[in-house]
Write a protein that binds this ligand. Structure first.
Ligand code: CA2
Length: 145
């Protein structure tokens, strides 16, 4: 069975509870349910993991190598700071698609740069929760080839 991992970084567990003007009114549980459904309909399993801790995310990425065919990853604020996450992504053979709910390029200057994007197969920004869906579809297409 082919498997995908949906990985979310710090504060994404707060979705739907605050800052709805920026991030929308949907919750992390909504996104997780939606992606599991899309994956299952296409014959894939999808695991989910959210953490507020950088090292836990590094561990999860390191362990992904033999387990997953692709990772959908919103690294949240670690996007802009984490060389550790970038190195972890570079250390695995699994394609990672970076997803941001908001358009990081239309926000504060410190959000314009991603430490992780150069290590990723692709990046989707500014499309709300649809971005997760598109990343999931892209990774399933790649895994079938
Ligand atoms: O747009 C995105 O998906 C971000 O990855 C979200 C991060 C932010 O640091 C990135 O620059 C862009 C922040 C996630 C915080 O999520 C919250 C949700 C509800 C309430 C408060 C924070």
């Amino acid at each position: 069975m082919k498997r995908l991992l949906l990985l979310n970084g710090p504060n994404i567990n707060l979705l739907g509870k605050r800052e709805e003007n920026i991030y929308g009114s949907f919750t992390l549980a909504d996104i997780e349910m939606e992606l599991k459904k899309i994956a299952n309909e296409n014959g894939f399993e999808l695991d989910t993991f959210q953490s507020n801790h950088e090292g836990d995310l590094v561990d999860k990425i390191q362990q992904a190598n033999s387990k997953y065919n692709g990772i959908i990853f919103n690294p949240a604020a670690y996007t802009h700071t984490s060389i550790a996450l970038r190195d972890a992504i570079l250390a695995i053979d699994v394609p990672v698609i970076e997803v941001h709910i908001s358009n990081i390029h239309s926000r504060e200057a410190f959000r314009h740069q991603s430490m992780l994007a150069p290590a990723c197969a692709g990046q989707i920004v500014g499309l709300g929760k649809m971005g997760y869906r598109l990343a999931c579809i892209a990774l399933m297409e790649q895994a079938k080839q």
